[in-house]
Design a protein. Structure first.
Length: 84
């Protein structure tokens, strides 16, 4: 009987953008366990509040949507960032 294999090429941002918050936390834990990031990294903050986590989610959605944003949306984000 013939043997078939299937290979799927997924970019990291495609995978991460589909992950839930719980899955992303698991991914971070795995990256720490495998030594890819340090547990003292500024990206790993175990003391984040709910508002911090919500903010991270909002900013993450903006980051992953850059290529599909309208020029007007992109300009609005640039104007907001210049305020700070």
């Amino acid at each position: 009987m013939p043997d078939f294999t299937t290979e799927i090429d997924i970019d990291p941002y495609e995978y991460v953008s589909e992950c839930s918050k719980r899955e992303i936390k698991e991914l971070i834990e795995c990256l720490i366990d495998e030594g890819h990031i340090n547990s003292n990294s500024p990206f790993v903050d175990k003391n984040k509040s709910i508002l911090d986590e919500e903010w991270d989610e909002v900013v993450g959605k903006i980051l992953s949507s850059r290529l599909v944003m309208s020029p007007e949306d992109e300009q609005m984000i640039r104007l907001i960032s210049k305020k700070y």
